[in-house]
Write a protein that binds this ligand. Structure first.
Ligand SMILES: C[S@@+](CC[C@H](N)C(=O)[O-])C[C@H]1O[C@@H](n2cnc3c(N)ncnc32)[C@H](O)[C@@H]1O
Length: 314
């Protein structure tokens, strides 16, 4: 790539004297590599303007004048916190209640009835929301479950909700949502399961009912590090989280999830994600829904990128 003074070719980012923060292609590749090692997220060079836009604020806060200094700083132990801020700035937490509503219909109609019956006979039911963001996904699962099994708290049922981002998990644990966030929630659930907490920034906010919260355990876990939870799970939601991972990493995640699913368990993935047909551990069971095959013997995959540090448990 040719670089001329003033602007980086094909990136549109001002460079040299024109830029608030000089940002070279080498800086970009170095930061992208750090992000990939830490989170599994792969960034194409076409994302360079997005990286500049999102990290310029971080450089201002850190009081650094260019990206070369920033990348050196986050590689040091003093820069560890800033490194997490970088990952947060470059990740999307977009989510909503009952996102991809067909998944919740599928769960209600096809998956939960036998699991609830088994739980009432003493069986254990474990559901995992992997990449749960601010909690709308696991709470939507809990709302669905409670509407079918008001006795869920008395049964051996738990929803494990994990994310790499500790700040977003705190928001999830707080369980407070604005009127607009609650727009997809039907009136029956809104009235029965949300308590008013007053106005924040001119908008009314609501706290999710403690009974719903009681079904969900939020934990920090990095999908590309060691997974301390043992399973088995009867349901996993892993939607719109591995979408930015590269193909090889995504395949490793699906194969590893298969080892934690009980036979006949269901895996829900994002609308633009697919499990490759050659993965014999899963068969399609609906739109972006897969059923774990009883006879498959998925072996625990080798993840060279796997590192310790997560603290989730099922
Ligand atoms: C777009 S949100 C998806 C939320 C929800 N699953 C949904 O579909 O609405 C993606 C979430 O994945 C989390 N994430 C990204 N990389 C991760 C990783 N390596 N391990 C665990 N969570 C990760 C992000 O912090 C973010 O909250």
């Amino acid at each position: 790539m040719i670089e001329r003074p003033g602007v980086l070719e094909k990136t549109g980012i001002p460079d040299g004297e024109d830029a608030e923060f000089p940002f070279s292609i080498a800086d970009f590749h170095d930061l992208a590599q750090i992000l990939r090692n830490d989170t599994g997220i792969s960034l194409e060079q076409s994302k360079m303007p997005m990286v500049y836009a999102r990290l310029a604020k971080r450089l201002r806060i850190a009081g650094l004048r260019d990206f070369r200094k920033y990348r050196k700083f986050i590689a040091t132990s003093e820069g560890a916190d800033e490194r997490r801020h970088m990952a947060r700035a470059l990740t999307t937490n977009t989510t909503s209640f009952f996102r991809e509503a067909h998944h919740f219909r599928h769960l209600r109609q096809n998956v939960l009835p036998p699991l609830i019956a088994a739980a009432r006979d003493g069986a254990r039911m474990r559901i995992w929301s992997a990449g749960c963001s601010s909690g709308e996904e696991p709470y939507s699962i809990a709302l669905t479950l409670l509407s079918m099994a008001p006795d869920a708290a008395q049964l051996d049922i738990k929803i494990l909700a994990t994310d790499i981002d500790t700040d977003i998990l705190q928001k999830a644990r707080n369980g407070i949502y604005s009127n607009s966030a609650l727009a997809p929630v039907n009136e029956e659930f809104r009235q029965a399961r949300f308590l008013p907490v007053g106005f924040v920034d001119g908008e009314e906010h609501w706290r999710i009912d403690p009974q719903v919260q009681g079904l969900v355990a939020f934990k920090t876990a990095n999908l590309i590090a060691a997974w301390p939870m043992k399973g088995p799970f009867q349901v996993i939601f892993c939607r719109n989280t591995v979408i930015y991972f590269d193909d090889q990493m995504r395949r490793l995640i699906w194969t590893k999830m298969a080892t934690l699913l009980s036979p006949g368990a269901h895996l829900y993935i994002g609308h633009s994600e697919r499990i490759p047909a050659e993965n014999e551990a899963f068969s399609p069971a609906g739109v972006t829904v897969y059923c774990h095959q009883a006879e498959s013997s998925a072996a625990e995959p080798e993840m060279s990128e796997v590192r310790g540090g997560a603290d989730a448990g099922s």
